[in-house]
Design a protein around this ligand. Structure first.
Ligand code: GLU
Length: 486
């Protein structure tokens, strides 16, 4: 059996959106699942649409996500160069050869005239250009070219019959040749069009599996006619469903939808992004959804790629990000969390201890800033927070509880860990015959004045330390007294 070779063939026309990255990932997984090669080819023949920096972004994202290619622009192999603009003479040579083989012809028509006809074509009708240049013999065409006439090379499509192929996802696809437009393969400036360069390169680079968006399904028969004229093997096609923003809209780089870099900037972990993207259009065989890249290589199979569009669900990605954060060892989590602490906290607190409290709860690293913003300073006094139906607390009994806590805390020498503090609070509750919540709730409020906190009273008091905790409780007592008697 032939060695599997896949390629990611991006056009550098914008940033890498999630759909692009998914294509790259699937290509990578298909190759690596069978011990094959994954190739990067830059399709930059449409120079007018090229966006500065886009190529560097492609390199960066592939490197960052660990989708290492075996051959590519900066990874020499036997089929280089891997940038199409550096292969121009090749396309010209193959286009001329295709003319000789009857799969294409020289055309001297002006694109503007054809465009006008296309526009005049009544709506809903498929436009098929009846090219008068069909009638020109190769010899005559060559003479005209030698005389300096500008020309294009246009595909020659049989006027009847059907072209079909088997797609690994969408099954049997067939198209009537009469509906296929005789598109330009080589432009008058010598540049190939996407369609042609892509075919020549897939052949010369020995690509066995082509993965790409299903928007290419309907033109694939046209490409296959070219393969047939050359007598080349047709690769396996794996057309993948679109990634949608919602039921109606595709994610697209032109509309500025989620790019890989945006997600990284929002604080998503690259491992979570890659894992989530794998599931956009592919379903694992079983309940498990969390996969490392290596596990994906083992688990991935083309027959579980879906035909239906996949909706990009940011909430699911958040959930997955949380899973990845929780699965890290504490040292790694701490390293990730540190920059967020540095942005928010100046007080000297035990940050590793803080990481231990946060790790089980944080979904996004960005959330850390808001979660820890009470450490330098509690939020402003808010009497309403003392009322909790569930804990049976109100401002009056909270004041009472804070006073008990104040006295016990000041006396205690056991302030070293969560367990000691827990015992202290439980002891106070027992002494006054109230539920633990009657004590913990007011303490948590007094120390933070936040409705949501990353930990409970015990953890927060521990992180703030005895001195700061006492200070905040004193202040809370004072403010509560003032508010109640007012
Ligand atoms: N350059 C094309 C694109 O970026 C590649 C399509 C293909 O993979 O065949 O859409």
């Amino acid at each position: 059996m032939k060695k599997v070779r896949t390629r990611f063939a991006p056009s550098p026309t914008g940033y890498m959106h999630i759909g692009n990255l998914r294509t790259a990932l699937y290509e990578y997984l298909i190759a690596k699942h069978d011990g094959g090669d994954f190739i990067l080819r830059i399709e930059d023949t449409d120079q007018a649409r090229e966006v500065e920096g886009a190529i560097d972004m492609i390199y960066h994202v592939l490197e960052d996500t660990g989708l290492h290619y075996d051959e590519g622009p900066n990874k020499p192999g036997d089929c280089g160069p891997y940038v199409q603009s550096q292969r121009l003479p090749l396309y010209k040579e193959y286009a001329d050869r295709l003319v000789e083989l009857g799969g294409a012809h020289y055309c001297f028509c002006h694109e503007e005239d054809i465009q006008k006809m296309r526009e005049q074509n009544s709506e809903g009708q498929i436009f098929k250009y009846q090219d008068p240049c069909h009638a020109i013999s190769i010899e005559e065409a060559r003479k005209r070219i030698a005389n300096g006439e500008t020309y294009t090379i246009r595909q020659t499509i049989p006027s009847n019959g059907i072209t079909s192929f088997e797609d690994e996802v969408y099954g049997h696809i067939e198209v009537e040749n009469a509906t296929l437009d005789e598109g330009v393969l080589l432009k008058s400036d010598g540049y190939p069009t996407y369609n042609f360069a892509n075919i020549v390169d897939d052949h010369l680079m020995g690509i066995t599996h082509v993965v790409r968006g299903n928007e290419y399904l309907s033109s694939t028969p046209k490409y296959n006619l070219i393969y047939q004229s050359f007598g080349w093997d047709i690769p396996s096609y794996i057309h993948v469903p679109p990634v949608m923003k919602d039921e109606q809209h595709k994610l697209s780089k032109r509309n500025g939808d989620a790019s890989y870099q945006d997600l990284i900037d929002k604080g998503f972990l690259k491992e979570a992004i890659l894992n989530y993207i794998a599931l956009l259009g592919w379903a694992p065989n079983g309940e498990e959804e969390i996969f490392t890249l290596n596990e994906l290589i083992g688990a991935f199979s083309v027959d579980r790629i879906s035909k239906s569009p996949a909706i990009f669900d940011i909430e699911k990605l958040k959930w997955m990000n949380g899973v990845y954060l929780r699965n890290m060892d504490i040292e790694t989590f701490h390293e990730y969390a540190l920059p967020y602490y540095q942005k928010t906290i100046t007080a000297k607190v035990d940050l590793l201890e803080l990481s231990k409290v946060l790790q089980p709860r944080v979904v996004m690293l960005e959330d850390i800033c808001e979660a820890v913003d009470f450490i330098d300073q509690a939020h402003p006094f808010n009497i309403d927070l003392y009322t909790s139906k569930k804990m049976k607390t109100n401002p009056e009994n909270s004041l009472e509880a804070l006073k008990w806590v104040r006295t016990a805390l000041a006396k205690t020498e056991h302030y070293d860990d969560d367990e000691a503090l827990m015992n202290l609070f439980v002891h106070i509750a027992q002494e006054h015959v109230v539920k633990n919540g009657r004590i913990m709730w007011p303490v948590r409020v007094a120390l933070t004045y936040k409705s949501f906190t990353p930990g409970g009273a015990v953890e927060i008091a521990h992180i703030l330390g005895k001195e700061e905790t006492l200070k905040r409780i004193d202040q809370a007592i004072e403010e509560l007294e003032k508010a109640i008697t007012a």
